[in-house]
Design a protein around this ligand. Structure first.
Ligand code: NDP
Length: 317
């Protein structure tokens, strides 16, 4: 029997598959989310950064109003963007997001990225030289404000995204609430075994973002490796009569890792959810992982010289 939800350390259940909603073409968001509800998705991964919260809010409200789904059966994740990391900006940020989404609580609110930016009204505030304006705000101070949101009932569970082991350890040592979730880039070309093990050992659920390597990222190149064309993934798919995308999703859910594939194409939204009726064998899992390609598609190297940049080798603050 396939696992369909994960129990978070907060006691709440998170559906193991969610719809990713980051898109360079957000105009399709509303119809995609409505269709996803129809075919069974209950978990939606959203963010202020994606600039489509209002469309998602309209889609969810329409489905609730038509009694297709109840609010309590949905699991809505959102992320605090880096410009709202000053403690005084955290509560206003979630209130704005809730208003956009037409909700009165979130299921999961994540600190989107450990690096903070200056809050001047732009998503990527720029200085005179065109560089992003960083703010020296410790994520520990932000986290203490996140904890208050739970107490106030604005969110059921809180977590982090793109945090490394060192950074989570600091939260564990210096704060009250253990993160319920770490949302990270995860796929066969970036397995991050050590970080996954560390999270599991500390009761922190892991969510895999970009399970297909985000092939339509604005900065994707023709020369980068394509997960959906990986020969081992294709071979395993052929063994089971499944698409490469279904194999890449099942690769996570079978290990108790949540996964949030994005698609705004109805046929793919549907097929990406049809992964609970087959099992990958140990040999399949090993073959999928056997590539020697290592690729972090969301390397964000333009921010690598900042104090809290999480993807540095031998990270220390
Ligand atoms: P994914 O790896 O999920 O890939 C999405 C792309 O794959 C889209 O172009 C989609 O096209 C295409 N696709 C979807 N299904 C199939 C299929 N069955 N066959 C072929 N192609 C397919 O990319 P994302 O980077 O969007 O990651 C998923 C989600 O993770 C995001 O949407 C977001 O919610 C989250 N995320 C979080 C980050 C963070 O920092 N926390 C960073 C990046 C992502 P189409 O829509 O046309 O079907």
């Amino acid at each position: 029997m396939s696992v369909t939800t994960l129990k978070l350390n907060s006691g709440h259940q998170m559906p193991i598959i969610g719809l990713g909603t980051y898109s360079a073409n957000p105009s399709k968001t509303k119809t995609a989310v409505e269709y996803a509800v129809d075919v069974g998705y209950r978990h939606f991964d959203t963010a202020f950064l994606y600039q489509n919260e209002q469309e998602i809010g309209l889609a969810i409200a329409a489905k609730i109003e038509k009694k297709i789904v109840k609010r309590e059966n949905l699991f809505i994740t959102n992320k605090l963007w880096s410009t709202f990391r000053d403690p005084k900006d955290v509560r206003p940020a979630i209130l704005k997001t809730l208003k956009n989404l037409k909700l009165n609580y979130l299921d999961l609110y994540l600190v989107h990225f450990p690096v903070a930016f200056v809050n001047n009204g732009n998503l990527f505030p720029e200085g005179e030289n065109g560089d992003v304006l960083y703010a020296d705000i410790d994520y520990i101070d932000t986290w203490k404000e996140m904890e208050k949101l739970v107490d106030e009932g604005l969110v059921k569970s809180i977590g982090v995204s793109n945090f490394n082991q060192y950074q989570i350890n600091r939260i564990l040592k210096e704060c009250k609430v253990v993160p319920a979730n770490n949302q990270i880039e995860l796929h066969p070309y970036l397995p991050q075994d050590e970080l996954v093990e560390f999270c599991k050992k500390n009761g922190i659920a892991v969510t895999a973002y970009s399970p297909f390597g985000g092939p339509t990222r604005p900065w994707a190149t023709d020369t980068e490796p394509h997960l959906l064309e990986d020969p081992n993934v294709i071979k395993v798919g052929e063994r089971h009569g499944r698409t490469p995308a279904q194999v890449l999703i099942r690769f996570h859910t079978q290990r108790g890792i949540a996964v949030i594939p994005k698609s705004f194409t109805p046929s793919r939204i549907k097929s990406n959810f049809q992964v609970f009726d087959f099992d990958l064998s140990k040999e399949d899992m090993e073959l999928i992982r056997s590539s020697d390609i290592i690729c972090r598609y969301y390397g964000l190297s333009q921010w690598s010289n900042t104090k809290y940049f999480p993807f540095r080798e031998n990270y220390a603050e």
